[in-house]
Design a protein around this ligand. Sequence first.
Ligand code: FMN
Length: 189
Amino acid sequence: MFLIISGNPKTDGLCHSVTEAVQRGAAEAGENVQTLTVAALERCHVCGNGWGKCLTEHACAFGGDGYDEAVEFVRKADKICIITPVYWGEMAEGLKSFFDRLRRCENVIRGSGALAGKPVLLIASPGGSGNGALSCLEQMERFCRHTGAVIFDYISVNRWNQDYKRESAYAAAKAIAGGRKAGETLQTE
Ligand SMILES: Cc1cc2nc3c(=O)[nH]c(=O)nc-3n(C[C@H](O)[C@H](O)[C@H](O)COP(=O)(O)O)c2cc1C
């Protein structure tokens, strides 16, 4: 299953259109495509002195808000795209909340976590000034390092490059869904 983890709270606009392109690309390669939107998850409660059940039991004490379900979904995925609008040069708050909690739960089990070893496509969509794409992608990259995900590619799409960058997102999703691995050398055309 190809899973799109989205931090986008909107159901129209630039980021949504890129999400649709990713869905199309992965589906055309024959994948079962699912989309998980985590725009409304609660933030980490920072239990105890900084650690809670996340450290000892690898679970969140407040997982009933949709967090547990979201992690199960991610666990079932084989290939992943993480997509977010850029807010303040960072990923959207709901996505950050999900990742804050997940990386805590996987702190000492990162080799067997929900994203470990899986190819991940990172997409940031800065729709305003266009600033903050790099810092947002860097933030997502750090999360992947913390969870053992294998980054396949980094794409940013803004208002004035969306025609050709949306196509890149489509093509990248199709390549991952078709089984291409990060590090594979393609024949030069
Ligand atoms: C709170 C907030 C902060 C934002 N910060 C940025 C930013 O730092 N850089 C940028 O280019 N756009 C910024 N934007 C615009 C969004 O990136 C834009 O709405 C989204 O990425 C893509 O457009 P869409 O809303 O049509 O999907 C911000 C939007 C909001 C709501």
